[in-house]
Design a protein around this ligand. Structure first.
Ligand code: CMC
Length: 442
């Protein structure tokens, strides 16, 4: 099991850029690095040592925080590839564990490798029985993402034998455990608020089928797993599996850079994903569509989204990297129709509303000029709702799928010999030194 992930490596080019300090007239040469695709990168690692200056980039809009070989995005052309494979091909042809293997180890598995990998993951699906009591500490009305943050963080207290990150075998066991147990933990977060009994995993089922079974089955009845739903779930998991250095993945890497254990790092990623600007947007899209209510209200909400004095934003629209249609949204848009047709849901009003909202927004000058297109969260909620998930579970599904990406990125980071603790600097704008004033004189 102690396979190593391929090592990321950037290439030095012969290019440099020259920085001129107009205050002193001094010139500094900075090397330029090239990846296999994508923009060239100015290597500023020596900048502070040589110039005494930092760079300033809140939100990291122009800063590469690491080398990575896992995922490539070209936001202008709407391209997303994992290990070189276009996301559309993966979503069409693979199951989730094939993609998981490729993200973790660099290659799509052959049949024998796939079977071994699926077996190894499958045999980690159960959680420690004591973990059941952990759930009972939550209120029944707890948001399932709150449960996820707590329970995944708590795994470090249950699996001590896979928290030593200096041992590659333990790292891989922790990685397999996280990928294998996340569906079980997520399904339990679904069951708990309803007071339904937890369902133990079934190792004869595929990853997606097993998750649907643990979520929707009850012990009193036989549960028939719809192949259409299982395929739709598989596709949703693949589309959310990784997305290079987004907020939650960067959170996982930053937490891991201090050598924190993998369970704690993934819990940190879940916390970051929860926000409505990130993974929480899929829940917010459905809330927004429900609030809009009917097609004749769309104009009013579009106007609100454009109004700088109104904090309202069109949820599921816009992306830091994509300035074109998010390729994942394109797949899900198509999938939404297929799933609703197969489920016999005719004329789902929220899908009709979403399509109309998209049409109007994409013709509006504000959205055109700012290059705001639907993102992955715009259509996923409609599919998940049709499958029977409450809105509060949508982001949990995102976390479940993204776990493999987080784990792959975390492994890549800890195997990188140049890796150091992440420690951004700051532009200090507070008070300069001043005299202390005793309380009775303030
Ligand atoms: N509705 C209205 N205006 C928007 C929207 C939107 N959804 N998104 C961006 N803008 C405007 C924004 O007001 C700004 O205008 P101006 O230049 O006049 O100040 C401009 O477009 C650029 O936006 P930004 O906030 O500077 O861009 P960002 O890269 O910092 O934020 C974002 C990206 C995804 C957080 C943002 O587009 C947003 O809040 N979208 C809605 C939430 C959402 O759907 N999030 C899911 C992201 S995809 C899934 C994931 O990977 O998590």
């Amino acid at each position: 099991m102690a396979q190593q992930t391929p090592m990321a490596k950037s290439e030095s080019t012969s290019d440099t850029v020259t920085l001129v300090d107009n205050a002193t007239g001094k010139r500094f040469e900075l090397p330029v690095l090239g990846g296999s695709e994508g923009p060239r990168v100015i290597d500023i690692r020596s900048l502070y040592g040589e110039t005494g200056m930092f760079t300033y980039d809140p939100g990291f809009t122009s800063t590469a925080s690491c080398d990575s070989q896992i995922t490539f995005i070209d936001g202008d052309d709407g391209i997303l590839r994992h290990r070189g494979y276009p996301i559309e091909d993966l979503a069409e042809n693979c199951d989730f564990l094939e993609v998981a293997h490729m993200l973790l180890f660099g290659e799509l598995p052959d049949r024998a490798t796939y079977e071994k990998f699926a077996h190894d993951i499958t045999y980690h699906t159960m959680v420690h029985e004591q973990l059941l009591y952990f759930y009972r500490g939550f209120r029944r009305d707890a948001h399932p993402m709150a449960i996820m943050v707590g329970v995944v963080g708590a795994l470090s207290a249950f699996y001590h034998d896979s928290t030593d990150i200096s041992d590659p075998h333990q790292c891989m066991v922790a990685s397999y455990r996280l990928i294998a147990k996340m569906p079980t933990i997520a399904a339990m977060a679904f069951k708990y608020p309803m007071g339904q009994p937890f369902m133990y995993p079934r190792n004869d089922l595929s990853y997606a089928e097993n998750f649907l079974y643990m979520t929707f089955a009850v012990p009193a009845e036989e549960y028939h797993i719809s192949p259409v739903l299982a395929r739709a779930m598989e596709r949703i998991l693949i589309l959310h599996a990784d997305h290079e250095q987004n907020a939650s993945t960067s959170t996982v890497r930053l937490a891991g850079s201090s050598a924190a254990n993998p369970f704690a790092c993934i819990a940190a990623g879940i916390a970051s994903l929860w926000g409505p600007a990130h993974g929480g947007a899929n829940e917010a899209v459905l809330d927004m569509l429900t609030e809009i209510g009917s097609k004749d209200q769309i104009g009013e909400f579009i106007n609100r989204a454009k109004d700088k004095d109104d904090p309202f934003r069109l949820m599921g629209f816009g992306h830091r990297v994509y300035k074109n249609y998010d390729p994942r949204a394109a797949v899900l848009r198509k999938s939404a129709h297929e799933v609703l047709d197969e489920l016999g849901v005719k004329d789902e009003p929220l899908l009709e509303l979403a399509l109309e909202l998209e049409r109007i927004a994409l013709e509006d000058d504000y959205f055109v000029e700012k290059k705001l297109f639907p993102n992955v969260d715009f259509y996923s909620g409609i599919i998940l709702r049709a499958m029977g998930f409450p809105n509060s579970m949508f982001t949990v599904l995102f976390a479940l799928a993204r776990t493999v990406g987080w784990v792959a990125q975390w492994n890549e980071m800890i195997q990188d010999p140049t890796q150091r603790i992440g420690r951004p600097r700051q532009l200090y704008t507070g008070e300069t030194k001043r005299d202390f004033v005793p309380m009775d004189q303030r």
